[in-house]
Design a protein around this ligand. Structure first.
Ligand SMILES: Nc1nc2c(ncn2[C@@H]2O[C@H](COP(=O)(O)OP(=O)(O)OP(=O)(O)O)[C@@H](O)[C@H]2O)c(=O)[nH]1
Ligand SMILES: [Mg+2]
Length: 269
């Protein structure tokens, strides 16, 4: 499998200066594609995951709401796609540099919070479970009170929190977070669900701030064509970023962690 496919992150660079004009002089970690340039309109082979995040593409309305802290990052996606594995990976990578907490959502249990506590990814009282008792999307989009209470509890316990991950219960392609609950949202798909899934669309696929296509290690086993998945994801998402990974490998979530760092950096108050 070409390594480029596994690590590729497409990012639109539309940074603007204070007068609203594109900031073409801004320096990037490596390649600046420039405003409006589509990824791969050029002939070179590199990893885009450390490019600056496209803050201007984020859908959260910062003009009226402001970013505030802690930054709240929603993680949604179908059942079993790897949301908890991603939360675990992000906590392991970021906890030495950031003050973190996690809210998990399960319908009838505290399974995912228990898993994260057993795995020791954070101190136990930094992980709070919400038992939704209802469809997962209801608790992250329509009636977000229980999740807001969980975040408030964590903010009281840890007044200097930098970031809270909110993991949705496993749902379907219609699930999205309310922007009253999170600032940015990541949607996680599973290669084993079939290479058709990105082209089925839905708001998680099309407008999440970052689309993660996980379990690339299973592609051959399930006959999934990763290039089809990437092409379909791009065509659904335009220039919104997509990353492919396997959270089975220890460095599987690195690109997502890099994206989170960049969002944090560029949403600083
Ligand atoms: N092969 C493989 N397995 C993975 C990968 N990521 C996660 N898994 C496994 O997939 C299963 C489901 O992962 P979870 O992280 O629990 O998925 P989830 O999306 O949180 O599941 P729900 O919260 O129940 O919707 C677990 O057995 C993980 O170990 C991956 O990249 N490759
Ligand atoms: Mg989970």
């Amino acid at each position: 499998m070409p390594r480029e496919l596994i690590t590729e992150l497409t990012i639109q660079k539309q940074w603007k200066q204070e007068d609203g004009t594109p900031n073409s002089s801004r320096s990037y970690d490596h390649c600046d594609h420039g405003p409006g340039n589509r990824h791969h309109d050029h002939d070179h082979n590199h990893d885009h995951a450390t490019s600056l995040c496209p803050v201007d593409n984020l859908l959260f309305d910062r003009e009226t709401r402001g970013w505030g802290r802690p930054l709240r990052v929603g993680i949604g996606g179908p059942v079993g796609s790897g949301k908890t594995a991603l939360v675990a990976s992000l906590c392991q990578q970021l906890s030495s540099e950031l003050n973190l907490a996690v809210v998990t959502n399960d319908i009838y249990t505290t399974e995912d919070a228990d898993f994260l506590k057993r795995a020791g990814v954070l101190e136990q009282d930094r992980i709070v479970a919400v038992e939704t008792g209802c469809c997962p999307h209801t608790a992250i989009r329509d009636d977000i009170a229980a999740n807001l209470e969980a975040i408030e509890l964590l903010e009281q316990r840890f007044p200097d929190l930098d970031l809270v991950f909110v993991e949705s219960g496993g749902d379907n392609l219609t699930a999205t977070f309310s922007y009253g609950l999170v600032h940015v949202q990541i949607f996680v798909l599973d290669v084993a669900g079939g290479d058709k899934v990105p082209r089925k669309g839905g708001p998680g696929v099309t407008i999440s701030d970052l689309l993660v296509i996980n379990k690339v290690d299973l592609a051959e086993l399930v006959g999934a064509d990763l290039s089809v998945m990437m092409a379909d994801a791009r065509s659904k998402r335009g220039d919104r970023p997509v990353v492919m990974c396997s959270l089975r490998s220890t460095d599987g979530g690195e690109k997502v962690a890099a994206w989170v760092r960049e969002v944090l950096e560029h949403t600083a108050a």
